[in-house]
Ligand binder design. Sequence first.
Ligand code: G
Ligand code: MN
Length: 250
Amino acid sequence: MLDQRLSLRYQPIVAAHSGRLVAVEALLRRGEERAAPLRLLKAAAARGASEQIDRFVVRDACAQLCRWMAVRLHVPVHVNVSTETAVKANGAGFAAWLSGLALPHGSLAVELTETTRIRAPDALAAFVTACRGASVEVAIDDFGCGYSTLALLQKVRADIVKIDRRFVAALPHDARTRSIVRHMIALAHDLGMRTVGEGVESAEHANWLRELGCDELQGYGIGLPMTGDELARWSRSDAVTPAPRDCATG
Ligand code: G
Ligand code: MN
């Protein structure tokens, strides 16, 4: 039985140069808590129950997509899916379920993070291929940190690479980080992928990412995670500007 207090918030992802809203990331929250319910997610993973949460997230995000369409807001939603779910049944089960939802082309993207070393890279690659067959884009989350490695890019044909916020945070004061990020972006582009800078909290972060060639931006300095109605209002407000306002804290 899933915790009844679980719901989704949506955080904007904007084009780096125009500031146009290009997607949102669905983030799981419990009640009014501001952070993700990490303990609940870990406990679910330990019980082998991640897929139940992953399906809840996709269903809820799809319901929101319909509500937004009714008010003529068409914006793709990124959902975080656990790699355990992705590789189950050789990647076929969940991808087949996604495909059965028959979503409009390009309305859903799946974000994959590796929290543990991936033991079945071929299954993950099969999952990604199946997603793309179902017109669902795939993003590698938190790239450059933890287990989201170059070996993963070697196996998996993703569409998007999300640059971890730990890199973004260091851009204004660390030339080594700027070099790493510049080459991460060039590598992603070379492999035909686009890049999203995560954890953009200030105009300086945004300026550096633009300068280094990053395609899209996400973070508290662009927009906080918000409810579906708030996101619809946000998308129509002046909040969508090329230069994000400065934001002191997260
Ligand atoms: O791993 P992933 O990138 O999916 O994590 C998303 C989490 O990051 C969410 O819980 C969200 O609230 C948080 N987050 C989003 N934007 C920012 C930001 O600008 N700074 C920080 N520190 N966290 C952020
Ligand atoms: Mn994510």
